[in-house]
Ligand binder design. Structure first.
Ligand code: ADP
Ligand code: MG
Length: 292
């Protein structure tokens, strides 16, 4: 049977919107001294903004219409930003079919003429043989995320997207450190300049920021961390599912996160409030002291 101290810790956490899939997960969290956080949609809000549109043809509306069509079904925070930008400009998305998402890379599909169209990062440019064509466009994303858009090997343009830390992220990280957490890393599939901008704002040392990661890279880093003790991974996306499953405690964003991430996780954060995570860690440690 589950000890009373664990039961009451589970319900105290639930009141803060932190839902554990059972008492064992709460006991494991009590032992965690190292945390890894995904960036986009986890440490940052799920509401990114489009900050620039650069169309090779000069027709920004046409570019945004195609991109919004590609992103129509995606649950990625980038897709949400692009759909909102299209809506705000009253741009009607192009009908894109046979859409396929490539984790930590982008989206591919077919436009109404049957041509392959795509959107994504440098990995996608590489896949499409479009790296040089993109460089020729001379756009500079600086510390924002650059979403390249193309048809076949042709680069049609790029859209800049910027995200910002959740209001509660910095305080939650500080509270975890105060509560005895020895190591906290940021792991992201985004570009390093973006990761550094967000990471510095949240007090991360440069060595504790890992960027340009594929889902499997996040798993490898979690495994490295696990060599020295129990690890929690906090994430929101499909790209985080494997790391969530591999960590001693997987923690998923509940309301804004993807279904796949929630299923892989041991804990769901239902409120968009990182402070509740630090509170749950504190509660779990207190319960573990009582039953020991
Ligand atoms: P994070 O690990 O920070 O949550 P992801 O691994 O989900 O980031 O994404 C990494 C990068 O892959 C993004 O910054 C973007 O460049 C690209 N990407 C992922 N999904 C999409 C998408 N739906 N549309 C365009 N680009 C995408
Ligand atoms: Mg994410």
């Amino acid at each position: 049977s589950v000890p009373a101290a664990i039961l009451s810790a589970l319900s105290a956490s639930a009141r803060g919107g932190v839902l554990f899939k059972g008492g064992a997960a709460l006991e494991r969290l009590a032992a965690v001294r190292a945390f890894a956080f995904d960036k986009t949609g986890t440490l940052t809000t799920g509401r990114a903004e489009v900050t620039g549109i650069h169309a090779a043809s000069g027709d920004e509306t046409e570019l945004l219409a195609l991109l919004a069509g590609l992103e129509a079904q995606s649950e990625h925070p980038i897709a949400d930003a692009i759909r909102r930008a299209a809506l705000a400009r009253e741009v009607v998305p192009v009908l894109v079919t046979a859409v396929r998402a490539l984790a930590s890379e982008g989206i591919v599909g077919l436009d109404p003429s049957g041509a392959q169209v795509w959107a994504g990062n440098a990995r996608m440019l590489d896949r499409m043989g479009a790296t040089e064509a993109a460089a020729a466009l001379q756009t500079d994303a600086a510390e924002d995320t650059q979403v390249w858009v193309g048809r076949g090997a042709q680069v049609l343009g790029a859209v800049r997207v910027a995200d910002a830390p959740r209001e509660t992220s910095a305080a939650a990280l500080a509270a975890l450190r105060q509560g005895g957490v020895q190591r906290i890393l940021m792991m992201t599939g985004d570009r390093r300049p973006v990761a550094l901008r967000i990471g510095r704002a949240l007090g991360f040392a440069e060595d504790d920021i890992a960027a340009d990661l594929l889902p499997a890279d996040k798993v490898k880093l979690v495994e490295l961390m696990a060599e020295t003790g129990a690890v929690a991974f906090v994430g929101d996306g499909v790209n985080d599912a494997a790391a969530l499953a591999r960590a001693d405690v997987g923690i998923a964003m509940g309301a804004a996160g993807s279904e796949v991430a929630l299923q892989a996780a041991d804990v769901a954060l239902m409120a968009e409030d990182m402070a509740q995570l630090a509170a749950a860690h504190r509660i779990s440690r207190r319960a573990a002291r009582i039953i020991r």
